[in-house]
Design a protein around this ligand. Structure first.
Ligand code: NAP
Length: 283
């Protein structure tokens, strides 16, 4: 089989997915191609019908199309339905099925650290698509735990909490500025940063600027992978926390997409240095 794969986004120039999947196809001895396609929001439906639906065998979908693509799918799998976003589409005999492998990316990234946050509360900063995938993954890994959401837009945080309160009954939003948020973040066992604040080229910034939110023994996970270690993570490391950057999640969500398209597990240990090399050259 010849795999005809692509990623849709706007803009799409800096995506590392073409490097990952082109290398994975080679390493696994599979025939195929993976291209980056820049599609403006107004052109999504036309591009889908005219260029992709009958020609591609699998797609990644990134910002700003992760929600809009759902209505073009013939079916949407559980992870994507629960997260409200599709980042992977698979062409099957029954039609196109949308998935969300960011959820598997979070789960696989945190799985070996489970014992480090087995007790205590969890704080998620951000209430966008990535935060939804995080909460969905945590719902499987740590159901019923005390979880808090800190977001700039309080209304959006409220909405997110409403959706996930069936898994975390005590889930509630916290103010991004007040001392209560900082105290609860500092006391948490697991602190997850799911906003773009601190991403290249704005490396100097970090969420909850000026607040003392880290502590020794805490696990701090930042979803950003460019730079490899954000200011948020280096401040957390200086406070004695165990830090995890977004590269592991990128690798695991990409591997999960590749498995859905090809049925083959790509060798992450061989792909990690390839992606690291590109990150070093690109920033
Ligand atoms: P999104 O849906 O656009 O949501 C962005 C979130 O960040 C919102 O909660 C937004 O708050 C908050 N935010 C944005 N700018 C902010 C600012 N200046 N100050 C405070 N809060 C701000 O984006 P997303 O898809 O969730 O992505 C979030 C991050 O996760 C991105 O950096 C992305 O690269 C990363 N990510 C990484 C991976 C990986 O594989 N490692 C996968 C997916 C995403 P408001 O609601 O107030 O606007």
């Amino acid at each position: 089989m010849h795999h005809r794969l692509a990623i849709l986004g706007h803009p799409i120039g800096h995506s590392l997915s073409p490097v990952f999947h082109t290398t994975a196809l080679q390493l696994c001895g599979l025939e195929g191609s993976y291209e980056a396609i820049d599609v403006a929001p107004a052109a999504l439906t036309r591009t889908w019908h005219e260029e992709l639906r009958d020609r591609s065998t699998g797609l990644n979908i990134t910002l700003p199309h992760k929600v809009e693509i759902m209505r073009l799918m013939d079916d949407v799998a559980g992870d994507a339905r629960e997260s409200g976003a599709v980042n992977t589409a698979v062409r099957t005999e029954g039609g196109w099925v949308g998935h969300n492998t960011d959820v598997a990316g979070v789960e696989r990234t945190l799985s070996h650290l489970r014992s480090s946050f087995a007790d205590g509360s969890i704080v998620v900063i951000g209430a966008g698509g990535a935060a939804r995938a995080v909460l969905h993954a945590l719902g499987r890994m740590a159901p019923g735990r005390d979880v808090f959401v800190i977001n700039r837009n309080r209304e959006r945080a409220e909405l997110l909490c409403e959706t996930f309160r069936r898994v975390f009954p005590s889930l509630r939003p916290l103010s991004a500025n007040g001392p209560e948020g900082a105290d609860i973040a500092r006391a948490s066992a697991l602190l997850i940063q799911a906003t773009p604040v601190g991403m290249h080229p704005q490396e100097g910034r970090r969420p909850l600027e000026g607040l003392d939110v880290f502590s020794t023994g805490q696990v701090v996970f930042d979803l950003i992978y460019r730079p490899r270690e954000t200011r948020f993570l280096s401040d957390a490391r200086a406070s004695g926390a165990t830090v995890v950057g977004g590269l592991e999640m990128f690798l695991h969500q990409a591997a999960a997409s590749f498995e859905l398209w090809t049925g083959v597990t790509p060798p992450i240990d061989k792909l990690r240095p390839v992606i690291e090399q590109h990150l070093t050259e690109g920033t």
